[in-house]
Structures are given as C-alpha cells and as structure tokens.
Ligand binder design. Structure first.
Ligand code: TXA
Ligand code: MG
Length: 323
C-alpha cells in the first residue's frame, strides 16, 4: 500500500531507507529516490516502467550542494544565482567525487541537477542531506502529476508513499539546459523561459527533437523523445473548430463551441495559469472523454513565447505518433 504523507520527516526516513517517495516540487510531483543508492535508483526505473535508462534529474537544497557534485563554470554560477531555487535544470560535468550513483545519470559523465522552489521539497532535501533523484511521478510516457492524487493514481501500489504538498504552482517541468560544452543548449523548454536564460548568459542553441530511434542512438538527450506526456486518447493540435465527439483543451476568451467536453487552460489567456492547468486538464479531459466515449482531445493553439514554448512542447509530444 502506498501511504499519503504530510510529514516531511517520515518521507525523509523512507528515502534514507532506500524506499521511493513521490514529493511535490513547484513544477510537477517527482518520484524521489536517494540518488546515492543504486538499488533505489534502479527501482525508480522499474516503478515508472521506463523502457530504457534515461538519465534522471538530481535535486539538492542549495547551489553549494549542487556544485559539490558537478563542476560549475561562470555561466552556471550566474544562472544558479538568478534562477535557483526554481524550475531550471543544469547539465554539467560530474566531479570525480560526485556521490550520485552512475545509473541515475545513465552512465553519462554529465549530471542534470536543480534546486527546486517548493518549501516541502526543500525541507525534504535538507532532511535527507544528500541528492535526491526524481523524474516526474508518472508511468513512462504518461501525463505528469501536478497534485498528490495524480501521483497516487499513477504509482499507487508501486511506491512507499506520496508526500502531499497541494497543487504545483508552475505546472510544467523545469527547463533543461546543457552547459557541459562551450555552447549552451536547450534540451527541454520548461518553467524558466529560454528568453530569460539568454538575458543572463547570451544565446542558447535549440537542438531539434528526436524520434524514439534517434534518441536511442544519441543518449545525450534521451528526454527529447517525440512521444511523451500522452493521455490515452489521441490528441489533435491547432484546432480551429471542434465536434461533439471531441474533448476540447481551450485557451482564451473564446473557447470553440460544440465540443463534447471542455477544459479552458486560461479564460484570460494567461500563459502562467495555462501552464499550471495543462497536465490537470489533459488528465481531466482524458477521463471525461473515455467516460463519454469521445474520439480524441482537440487542443486550441497557444501562443509560443515565454511559458508558451514549454506548453507547446508538451502538447506536440502528447500529439506525436506513439510507440
Ligand atoms: O521539473 C522537473 O524537472 C521534474 C521535477 C520532478 O523536478 N523532474 C523531471 O525529471 O522532469 P526527469 O528525470 O523526468 O527529466 C529528466 C530530463 C530528461 O529530458 C532527460 O533526458 C534530461 O533531463 N537529462 C537528465 N540527465 C541528463 C544528462 N546528463 N544529459 C542530458 N539530459 C539529461
Ligand atoms: Mg517526465
């Protein structure tokens, strides 16, 4: 049985004992394991049902703690000072003394690391006193959880506990930025808009997403898989009209009329609110759609600037061909 916890000390004790605990961050709920414990890290892949060993993001309580595990250059220090705690993950070279189990980094000589901004996550990290590896707390390929109940629905029976911290404020995962070579590269758009990163360190490259086959060949960025975040119903993008057989993911003041079910990401067309409500909306429309026998989810266009880039990234992966 998976327990629902409100006590950080209990959650930390479970992690220290090598158990898996889902916990809230400001982005989405993470599936946490003590990153120093190879058996616990291996159990994360098993609980998620990940088909291959994608490297995981490690979470620590402070930038100082992060830079004990990885080598920081000037860009990393400037970004950490500006955006940590917060939804930015930096990929940097591992130190020789790095305590994170190699499996958490999928054997790479780099490590993805961040300081989350959620108060319970920070309390938990301080109580554990070491790096915690945590991918999003959903089954592989599925919709990320932004409430404790979502994490329970995804992983109940497979993990020891879920620490309840309410709804996630950001709602999409952290921005992943590769600083392990000279040119900074955006591996995943997320909670910190790339424009804000460029204002701090200058131009950032934007590699193209990979198909599943390509990603397997290029382990450098396995998280750039095309199909991801997928509800069970198919997803149609850029809807400008909608039918009664469709569940509508709307955006803005003029939701399209005539859908069989509707969730508006933000009636006031606010991208921050839309990001917050994205995964809960996909989850809700999927459940409604299945209950009502609808054919698919149709998504209205969302503007691409700022957090819109992260929203559109998740939507295009939810709509990508599967398997
Ligand atoms: O917001 C988030 O980042 C959430 C919360 C729980 O913190 N975590 C999360 O973790 O999304 P995860 O493990 O699902 O995301 C890992 C992403 C993937 O895109 C993965 O390929 C990339 O980071 N990644 C991890 N380590 C990497 C590395 N060494 N080099 C390149 N990419 C890496
Ligand atoms: Mg994920």
């Amino acid at each position: 049985m998976t327990r629902l916890l409100s006590d950080v000390a209990e959650a930390a004790a479970l992690l220290a004992a090598g158990e898996l605990v889902a916990f809230p961050t400001e982005t989405v709920y993470g599936l946490g394991a003590d990153a120093r414990n190879g058996r616990a890290v291996a159990a994360v892949f098993a609980a998620k049902g990940r088909p291959q060993f994608n490297p995981l993001i490690c979470h620590v309580a402070t930038a100082e703690a992060a830079f004990e595990e990885v080598v920081a250059d000037e860009r990393a220090r400037a970004l950490a000072a500006r955006f940590w705690p917060g939804p930015l993950t930096l990929v940097l070279p591992r130190r020789a003394s790095c305590r994170v189990d190699l499996l958490a980094g999928a054997g790479l000589d780099t490590l993805a690391i961040r300081v989350p901004a959620h108060p319970l996550a920070l309390d938990l990290l301080r109580a554990v006193g070491g790096p915690v590896a945590a991918p999003s707390a959903n089954r592989s390929g599925g919709v990320s959880p932004t409430e404790a109940a979502h994490a329970l629905a995804e992983l109940g029976g497979r993990i020891a506990a879920v620490l309840d911290g309410g709804r996630c404020a950001v709602g999409v995962e952290s921005t992943v930025l590769d600083l392990s070579s000279r040119g900074a590269a955006l591996l995943r758009p997320g909670g910190v808009p790339v424009e804000a990163i460029e204002a701090t360190i200058g131009p950032v490259g934007r590699p193209l997403p990979l198909s599943a086959g390509e990603a397997t060949q290029h382990l450098r960025s396995p998280g750039m898989l095309l199909s991801h975040y997928a509800p069970s119903l198919p997803v149609r993008l850029d809807a400008t009209e909608v039918g009664p057989e469709e569940a509508l993911l709307a955006f803005g003041q003029r939701p399209l009329p005539g859908a069989g079910a509707m969730w508006n990401l933000s009636p006031s067309a606010d991208l921050v609110e839309a990001a917050q409500r994205l995964f809960a909306g996909l989850r809700w429309l999927d459940a409604q759609g299945r209950r009502l026998g609808l054919a698919r989810i149709a998504a209205m266009p969302v503007p691409d600037g700022g957090l819109g880039a992260a929203i559109n990234d998740r939507l295009s992966r939810a709509a990508a061909p599967r398997g």
